[in-house]
Design a binder for this molecule. Structure first.
Ligand SMILES: CC(C)(COP(=O)(O)OP(=O)(O)OC[C@H]1O[C@@H](n2cnc3c(N)ncnc32)[C@H](O)[C@@H]1OP(=O)(O)O)[C@@H](O)C(=O)NCCC(=O)NCCS
Length: 185
């Protein structure tokens, strides 16, 4: 399941929604990423981020992971910007496979409860579908009810529970709800 990226430069691609700009990371984002990643809810649900989260972790994420992901054609990692300020991060990852591109998002504590996550996820899904993806998906921990509500608001449909598919920080494995959005949804 591949996208037609022939007319797209992933390194500079920007997705715009009504209130948001989903843009590439820049080195000047390190401080805001560092501040946002101190949030306990983010650390609880995004098991891949280091705890404690240092400024060096933020620099590594921005410069070595997110910027490189685009340069290597592996995905569209984005800063979620509202009124010129970083309010979260999101991405559409092109790992392929039957489920199609995968979406992820996190909103900084100072940007929550404004509908930004749903708007960003909707925008990324539209972007993928416009480039030929028949479906896009995301996985949400069965306990993360806030993010499940976000996925539904973003136009995704719950497609079932996938057992033991998420690595948890404590070494255990967790079940996730699989959400999908089809080109025709
Ligand atoms: C889960 C998470 C992403 C939700 O972010 P969010 O931007 O607050 O979520 P949504 O986009 O769904 O919007 C949430 C609220 O904004 C409201 N909203 C929607 N559109 C709106 C608009 N245009 N203007 C104002 N408010 C709006 C919604 O009604 C909702 O309110 P409610 O929670 O009181 O019902 C965020 O809490 C988070 O980052 N959590 C930690 C990390 C995480 O769980 N990431 C996801 C892993 S799968």
């Amino acid at each position: 399941m591949t996208l037609d990226l022939s007319a797209v430069d992933l390194r500079t691609e920007v997705v715009r929604t009504e209130r948001l700009v989903l843009r590439p990371f820049r080195p000047t984002d390190v401080d805001a990423v560092h501040r946002a990643s101190q949030d306990p809810e983010t650390q609880r649900w995004i098991s891949g981020i280091p705890v404690p989260y240092t400024l060096e972790d933020a620099r590594k994420f921005v410069e070595d992971i997110a910027m490189k992901e685009r340069a290597d054609g592996l995905g569209l990692s984005c800063v979620i910007e509202a009124d010129g300020e970083l309010v979260g991060t999101c991405g559409l990852y092109l790992r392929g496979g039957r489920l199609g591109p995968e979406i992820g998002y996190t909103i900084a504590p100072w940007g929550r409860r404004k509908g930004y996550a749903a708007e960003a996820a909707h925008g990324l899904a539209d972007w993928g579908v416009a480039l030929g993806a028949p479906r896009v998906h995301l996985f949400v921990d069965v306990g993360n009810t806030a993010s499940q509500a976000t996925a539904v608001r973003a136009g995704f449909t719950p497609e079932g529970t996938v057992r033991s598919c998420l690595d948890h920080r404590d070494g255990s494995r967790r079940d996730a709800v699989l959400f999908g959005r089809l080109a025709g949804d």
